[in-house]
Design a protein around this ligand. Structure first.
Ligand SMILES: C[S@@+](CC[C@H](N)C(=O)[O-])C[C@H]1O[C@@H](n2cnc3c(N)ncnc32)[C@H](O)[C@@H]1O
Length: 277
């Protein structure tokens, strides 16, 4: 296994949002997992910034509606896959690299009975396990930052999209080059690959043959969300410590504190890019 894969697995196998944590919380709040509704997962399974509102915006931009065939690149625990299937009536396939998360996503989907319309397959978006011209839309949220060759993942998105299909994604960007020590911290703590500027990202999308429809700088929008996330991770860590559960790894917490710092300084930021084949 490459260093890249093992670092990613190390990070996501210890991530503070996990199947175990979600199931523990649900059992604590409702006593059992019977007849669980998709909506009951929403407070727990969205591992991106801006929650459902951010996904609604991607859905609008990607023109997702009843019957739309959608691929979610880097699906995590499948929060977006289930939401798009349940709320919009789309037919969604999530591609997720980390086996524990792919299995967790499948289990959560089964628990809410959406497995016919919300599938999660274990795989790498640089070699997407989906046929050519098979989907109407590809979405992705805060995940390409982990992918060693984003151009290849974008080319895969293009390959699986039908003519006129849409790509709509959000991701981290570096508004200015990071100091080597910060870049190293992002890698050590969160398996983040070297990031690019918004202008470079746009060029990358164009270079694989997409026509860019819109580019939105999300840096200001993400700042308060990230501050709240840091507080949430610190709360989860404290709860885990008090209950004797694993508290995650220190490098993650250290790099997250610095990450929020870098966002506050606008050195790091976010972007939403929407493009068409
Ligand atoms: C920040 S999480 C986002 C999860 C999901 N998009 C959401 O919004 O809830 C990033 C996910 O990307 C996955 N991932 C990273 N690199 C990948 C790759 N090359 N192929 C597929 N999944 C990948 C990680 O395992 C992780 O679950």
């Amino acid at each position: 296994m490459s260093d890249t894969s093992s670092q990613l697995l190390y990070f996501y196998n210890r991530h503070p949002i996990s199947l175990d944590i979600i199931v523990t919380k649900l059992r604590a709040s409702r006593g059992h997992l019977d007849d669980l509704r998709p909506e009951e997962l929403y407070a727990h399974d969205q591992d991106h910034y801006g929650g459902l509102t951010a996904t609604d915006e991607l859905a609008r931009q990607a023109r997702i509606g009843p019957g739309t065939a959608v691929a979610d690149f880097c699906a995590g625990l499948g929060g977006t896959v289930r939401y798009l299937a349940h709320k919009y009536g789309a037919n969604v396939t999530g591609v997720e690299f980390t086996p524990v998360r792919a299995a967790g996503a499948q289990e959560l989907t089964r628990l809410v009975g959406l497995q016919e319309v919300a599938r999660i397959v274990e795989g790498n978006v640089m070699d997407a396990p989906l046929p050519d011209a098979s989907v109407d839309a590809v979405v992705s949220q805060e995940s390409f930052c982990h992918v060693p060759d984003v151009k290849r993942a974008l080319a895969e998105a293009r390959r699986i999209l039908k003519a006129g299909g849409r790509l709509a994604f959000t991701d981290w960007v570096a508004n200015e080059p990071l100091a080597p020590a910060d870049a190293q911290l992002m890698w050590d703590g969160m398996a983040i690959q070297p990031l690019r500027s918004i202008a470079d990202y746009r060029r990358l999308v164009e270079n694989v043959g997409f026509g860019v429809l819109s580019v939105t700088d999300l840096t200001e929008e993400w700042r308060p969300i990230l501050e709240e996330r840091l507080a949430m991770y610190q709360r989860l860590r404290e709860e885990a410590r008090q209950s004797g559960a694993p508290t995650g790894h220190d490098a993650f917490h250290e790099s997250y504190i610095r990450f929020v710092d870098l966002i506050q300084q606008r050195k790091l930021g976010g972007v939403r890019i929407v493009a068409s084949t």
